[in-house]
Design a protein around this ligand. Structure first.
Ligand code: SF4
Ligand code: SF4
Length: 307
């Protein structure tokens, strides 16, 4: 907690045994996703990869503590822009926590070592909902971090969270591309978040440009539509980093006027490693599409039934 995290659970490596089965079930529903998920080492048994592992510490940091500027909503994913940039200590300070582990002679490994949502669920910190996101009692906008350590210890938390109603389809209806094709699965080849980041802003032929609305980096539609997130007010909370200072420059038209240096120094580091240095053209490409989509939406609004 002193390092800025909000909650913590500690599980045994064996607690992750069921994660691979769950992944296979997910890939069975969308076979094409095997190309992306199939080779992921994080689902292999922890002890095979880290023979010294004795426990896994799972940490949560709530994004909902912060305000999120209206200019960024519907355009930039909250989980990316409310995560601390490398070298910054907004929200949580992973470097301080890692130093603490080292100073206490605890062997650790952290980055991308385990399936985070499954580990957090096993630690009792929350549940995974039908839109695939992990939810604490405060919703899905939460950052997850995990460390494999060589100390034997456990800390299983308990939450009282209502599961999804079997009848609820709000998240699926909010997904314009049909990526959320079934509960507890997703087709990454249709996901706006994928195409605006790792997909480098391109749109495959089987998706329509209008489906991307004004999203420039990531997509929050399936989380924003969820009743377990909707009561959150993003106008409330603390300010985060310099988001409010630069927000006006990030609306699509203004982004197109910014220099590559500004984009590379001020925006790309906020994408939580989803875009890389040199990807300013990707953001510009998505911003141009957002401008076009907004114009079409305005025309449709002003001339209903004409198109
Ligand atoms: S992030 Fe967007 S495109 Fe991807 S599954 Fe959710 S709503 Fe669909
Ligand atoms: S929108 Fe409904 S089905 Fe989807 S995650 Fe939220 S409660 Fe579950």
């Amino acid at each position: 907690m002193a390092c800025g995290y909000d909650n913590c659970g500690i599980i045994a490596p064996e607690d992750l045994t069921g994660s691979k089965e769950r992944l296979q079930e997910r890939m069975g529903k969308v076979p094409s996703s095997a190309a992306i998920y199939g080779g992921m080492r994080i689902y292999e048994p922890v002890k095979d990869r880290f023979p010294w592992a004795k426990s896994i510490i799972v940490l949560t940091a709530e994004h909902g503590k912060y305000r999120y500027p209206p200019e960024l909503r519907g355009r930039y994913a909250k989980a990316f822009f409310l995560s601390p940039e490398e070298g910054h200590t907004d929200s949580f300070d992973h470097v301080q926590f890692e130093r603490w582990l080292t100073e206490h002679h605890i062997r650790w490994d952290g980055v991308d070592a385990v399936p985070l949502r499954y580990a957090a669920m096993k630690a009792g910190l929350g549940i995974i909902r039908r839109n695939n996101f992990f939810y604490t009692e405060r919703g899905s906008f939460v950052s997850l971090t995990a460390y494999i350590v060589d100390c034997e210890c456990t800390l299983y938390q308990q939450t009282n969270i209502r599961p999804c109603s079997e009848a609820c389809t709000l998240c699926r209806k909010a997904c314009k591309t049909g990526a959320l094709c079934d509960a507890y699965t997703m087709d990454p080849s249709r996901c706006v978040s994928f195409w605006t980041t790792f997909g480098k802003g391109n749109i495959p032929g089987f998706l329509e440009e209008s489906m991307f609305e004004e999203w420039i980096c990531g997509c929050d539609n399936c989380q924003d539509a969820c009743p377990y997130n909707r009561k959150h007010n993003w106008d409330e909370g603390d300010s985060f980093s310099n988001l409010e200072e630069i927000a006006a420059k990030l609306v699509p038209e203004k982004l197109l006027e910014q220099t590559d240096t500004f984009i590379e120094q001020q925006i790309i580091p906020k994408t939580a490693d989803h875009l890389m240095p040199g990807d300013s053209a990707v953001l510009r490409h998505s911003a141009e599409r957002a401008v076009r989509n907004r114009k079409i939406q305005l025309i449709e609004k002003n001339t209903p039934g004409q198109r």
